[in-house]
Write a protein that binds this ligand. Structure first.
Ligand code: NAP
Length: 272
């Protein structure tokens, strides 16, 4: 049953993390495993099962008192039925009922950059647009809906937390990054609306800053805008990109201190 007075990290938690096979998502999985209450359960999703299992091993080394279950899923082709079944399957694997947890958390981390060679006026291929927004927006709303069907707050009385991994690109336009900026802006607004409509949910968007991952390598390799290419190349060469450890440490602190507004956003560079 819910223990409202316990802080975020002190509660027995069910935590679903998307895109946990590498980069920021993998680090979130490891740091959350280190900080979470014993007997918590983690459900990791991404396409690459081998890399998810590597994340699982790193988590178990960090904390042997947790359960971790990995499943391969392509969030570019999500169906509500499949996602619902997967959440239910994870509970069967953990041998737990939703009401056995004091807290249920979803970290919506999976994401992609989109075609960074295309300018805004070139964004006219419906199939391509649809594919991008299916992964970066629609799968997020579908997973949230299915999660709330399983973790029915009225029945479980547990705290339900949605953490959206967002970007500066949600609030600031960057050339050649139309897909990414639009997707992040829409995704962030979805969570603000969710919070506005459901005062009993805990919801916030975390913007991790520029972090050295495959995604930043992809920007440097493929972005059409010379200005963006130069900015990211300089940041990489001058070691100014954050590490995944640095940014996730800040997320852990934000959750510890609950230093966010429900439905709002926090950036790595915001004042504590
Ligand atoms: N790096 C940065 O500077 C930065 C800055 C701000 C925000 N962010 C955000 O942080 C999040 C993580 O990014 P990252 O930098 O860690 O990038 P990354 O290393 O490219 O990781 C992306 C993750 O998303 C998963 N993913 C991609 N397509 C998927 C699909 N179709 N189905 C399921 N999972 C999929 C990938 O797993 P599989 O390939 O195994 O499917 C991977 O685990 C993203 O939302 C990104 O927008 C990153």
């Amino acid at each position: 049953m819910a223990t409202e007075t316990k802080p975020f990290w002190g509660k027995k938690t069910y935590c679903l993390i998307t895109g946990a096979s590498q980069g920021i998502g993998r680090q979130i999985a490891i740091d959350f495993a280190q900080n979470i209450a014993d007997n918590s359960s983690f459900f990791l999703l991404a396409r690459n099962l081998e890399k998810l299992n590597e994340t699982k091993s790193l988590m178990e080394a960090a904390n042997p008192k947790i359960q971790v279950f990995c499943h391969s899923v392509n969030l570019s082709e999500p169906t509500g039925v499949e996602l619902h079944k997967l959440i239910t399957l994870s509970l069967t694997v953990f041998a737990q009922d939703p009401a056995d947890y004091q807290q249920a958390v979803v970290v919506h981390n999976a994401g992609s950059l989109g075609d960074v060679s295309e300018s805004a006026v070139e964004m006219r291929n419906v199939e391509k647009l649809d594919k991008y927004f299916t992964l970066n927006l629609y799968s997020v709303t579908i997973l949230t809906a299915e999660f709330l069907k399983v973790f029915d707050i009225d029945r479980t009385k547990s705290e339900i937390v949605f953490i959206n991994i967002t970007s500066l690109c949600a609030v600031k336009p960057f050339p050649s990054m139309g897909y990414y900026c639009i997707g992040k802006a829409a995704r962030e607004m979805y969570f603000s609306v969710l919070a506005e409509e459901n005062k009993d949910l805990t919801v916030f968007s975390y913007s991790p800053g520029p972090v050295y991952t495959d995604m930043t390598d992809e920007i440097i390799a493929n972005v059409e805008s010379d200005e963006i290419k130069k900015t990211f190349t300089n940041m990489r060469d001058e070691s100014k990109l954050l590490t995944t450890q640095q940014t996730v440490k800040r997320l852990v602190e934000i959750l510890r201190d609950r230093s966010f507004t429900n439905g709002g956003r926090r950036d790595y560079y915001d004042e504590p």
